[in-house]
Design a protein around this ligand. Structure first.
Ligand code: AP5
Length: 212
């Protein structure tokens, strides 16, 4: 199954992808996670994109497209993939269409107020990328990852200024992709406001009807 997850920052794309990758047996490819790994490892790419991510702006298309092209060429993508956070611009979507076909594009819908609530309460484990929320999905021990025991951190782009910038970047650059994929007959709208397991079940039903 070849899927793209679309939706505003904080809609729950990463959370649902973490469930779906095991259920569907396909890799979860998050461009945000790939950039954050490069920053953590202080690679040339990481140094280049560090400030861009912290501000909430987009990494240039050329850099992002090449990174995804390399990742999709890996063996584990033969059976399919979940692309989370890519494409985010029309040129990225055009480039993706040259690389591969898609089975569906899932558009996670969530109100702006809930997006801000989810992002400002998010905490993450740096080494595993596991996602928590202070209220909706707290760790067993305050501030500590359940499995690795490492301290959790708040993403720099989950500060208020960066959240507001990410929302306006989303509206300007990424929202046009909703119409882009609707016109291609690939888009499925999913209400992302319920619990992660309910959001996954709702999406799974829609995908089964669409793909089989
Ligand atoms: P990226 O990491 O992709 O950030 P994003 O799209 O802003 O998405 P998020 O990771 O913030 O949110 P999400 O929808 O995955 O929500 P999550 O599941 O974590 O990108 C970061 C940056 O990298 C970009 O700003 C840009 O600079 C760069 N970048 C990445 N891709 C790029 C591209 N293609 N082109 C150019 N630049 C690019 O959930 C959020 C919170 O809500 C969590 O706390 C979670 O526990 C909670 N939650 C989730 N679901 C639920 C639920 N159903 N109920 C209750 N709580 C929930």
């Amino acid at each position: 199954m070849k899927l793209v997850f679309l939706g505003p920052p904080g809609a729950g794309k990463g959370t649902i992808a973490a469930i779906a990758k095991d259920k569907y047996g396909i890799p979860h490819i998050s461009t945000g996670d790939l950039f954050r790994a490069a920053i953590k490892n202080e690679t040339a790419l990481g140094l280049k994109v560090k400030e861009i991510l912290a501000s909430g702006d987009l990494v240039p298309d050329s850099v992002t497209i090449e990174m995804v092209r390399e990742r999709l060429a890996c063996d584990d993508c033969r059976k399919g993939f979940i692309l989370d956070g890519f494409p985010r611009t029309v040129p990225q979507a055009d480039a993706l269409a040259q690389m591969t076909g898609l089975d569906a594009v899932v558009n996670f819908q969530l109100s702006r107020a809930e997006v801000v609530r989810r992002l400002s309460g998010r905490r993450m484990c740096k080494s595993t990328g596991r996602i928590y929320h202070l209220v909706y999905n707290p760790p067993k021990v305050d501030g500590i990852d359940d499995e690795t025991g490492e301290p959790l951190y708040q993403r720099p782009d989950d500060q208020e200024d960066a959240i507001l910038n990410r929302l306006s970047v989303y509206e300007k650059s990424t929202e046009p992709l909703i119409q882009y994929y609707r016109e291609k007959g690939l888009l499925s709208d999913i209400d992302a406001s319920s619990s992660p397991s309910d959001v996954f079940e709702g999406m799974d039903k829609v995908l089964k009807n669409r793909i089989h």
